[in-house]
Design a protein around this ligand. Structure first.
Ligand SMILES: Cc1ncc(COP(=O)(O)O)c(C=O)c1O
Length: 365
């Protein structure tokens, strides 16, 4: 084989693919079931905001045209919402793309990217794909980011630090005062990604991070995939210094945000009351699930996202039992948490079905 193919093969051998939640159709096929409940990808079980559905229907007849490569209307709406300039908004095909673009722009061979060992796994994958070295800092208490440990890991090779607040999968949260104290001690020339994919679920508690946090290299990312119910559309964004955004945009594919996604996200922003009402229902259901798991002695820790974590010595058997009954959960072995399962908060009836199946499993033990 020629040299360039060998090089690509060697590079790809070190890349671990992201393992997504199992799709409903796959489980139905595997188990011969007619109905399944997916509690595996932290989606919004209530669906997209009604105005977003209407906007996608209206936009469908324009899909023979290329989308606006600059997503002018959506950028303007986000700039307005966050009281920043449109030059400070970076849009991506999901916040996943935003994270990858930022890491690829600022880190390469010989550079280091710091993240938590149980931080969102895409940071490690994007770092590997960029050819940089990932530095995974163990959690001080097994779950929360060890901010002191992350500070101690910074050296001259460090280019990017990534942390999720709240974090997936651990559900942990740092308040903005703690994060600002962390930012104040970091070198000014680092890129610091604060990934707020689950921001809407803690907005009341956390306050306005965009106004409260500051650092020259700060990049705050958000998504339409969770609270806004648009995971299938793939819309994420980041707010950062205009110079950072301009640099990252040079690596961006010209039409990375498709036309339906732009229409849906814009309309969803206009349906915030509906979105925040569903968020409130989700938080109430999360608390109900956490109380039930706590009563059973299975709760791993408190979560601040739209998911809960449970701990069981035979989590593999529990996972199988759930799938046999048509309930898809997320095993956390890729995070070194082999005894834990992540359960996304579903509709109340879906959560009931999960709890009933769990009790059945425990009773048969
Ligand atoms: C912490 C965190 N960040 C980013 C993402 C990526 O989401 P998306 O690409 O759908 O915006 C996820 C998805 O699960 C997440 O949990």
């Amino acid at each position: 084989m020629s040299g360039w193919i060998d090089r690509a093969v060697a590079q790809a051998a070190g890349l671990h693919p992201y393992i997504p939640g199992k799709p409903v159709e796959t489980l139905l096929r595997e188990k011969g079931l007619s109905h399944a409940i997916k509690l595996a990808s932290n989606e919004n079980p209530y669906g997209p905001a009604p105005k977003a559905i209407a906007a996608m229907q209206a936009a469908a007849s324009e899909m023979h045209r290329y989308p606006d490569g600059d997503a002018t209307a959506l950028k303007a709406a986000l700039a307005d919402l966050h009281a920043v300039s449109r030059e400070q908004i970076l849009l991506g095909n999901g916040s996943n793309e935003v994270l990858e673009l930022i890491i690829r722009t600022f880190a390469g061979a010989g550079d280091e990217v710091i993240y938590a060992q149980r931080g969102f796994i895409v940071y490690a994958l994007a770092t590997q794909a960029a050819g940089a070295r990932g530095v995974a800092v163990a959690e001080a208490d097994g779950l929360s980011h060890d901010l002191e440990g992350m500070l101690a890991a910074v050296n001259a090779r460090t280019k990017v630090i990534c942390l999720a607040n709240p974090n997936n999968p651990t559900g942990t949260l740092h308040d903005n005062a703690a994060l600002q104290a962390f930012l104040d001690r970091l070198p000014r020339d680092l890129i610091v990604i604060v990934d707020e994919a689950y921001y809407e679920f803690v907005a009341d508690q956390l306050g306005d991070s965009l106004a409260q946090l500051s650092h020259p290299g700060l990049v705050i990312s958000r998504t339409f995939s969770k609270a806004y119910g648009l995971a299938g559309c793939r819309v994420g964004y980041a707010v950062a210094d205009a110079e950072i955004v301009a640099l990252v945009n040079r690596f961006r594919e010209p039409f990375n945000l498709n036309g339906l996604a732009q229409a849906a996200a814009l309309a969803a922003l206009d349906d915030r009351d509906w979105v925040m009402a569903r968020v409130a229902e989700t938080v109430a259901e999360r608390e109900r699930l956490e109380s039930a798991l706590d009563a059973l002695g299975l709760l791993t820790g408190q979560s601040h996202g739209n998911f809960v974590l449970l701990h069981h010595a035979d989590s593999a058997a529990l996972h199988r039992q759930m799938e046999d009954g048509g309930i898809i959960l997320r095993p956390l072995a890729p995070y070194g948490m082999a005894d834990d399962l992540r359960v996304s908060v579903g509709l109340p009836a879906e959560n009931d079905a999960f709890l009933a199946r769990l009790e059945q499993f425990l009773a048969a033990q």
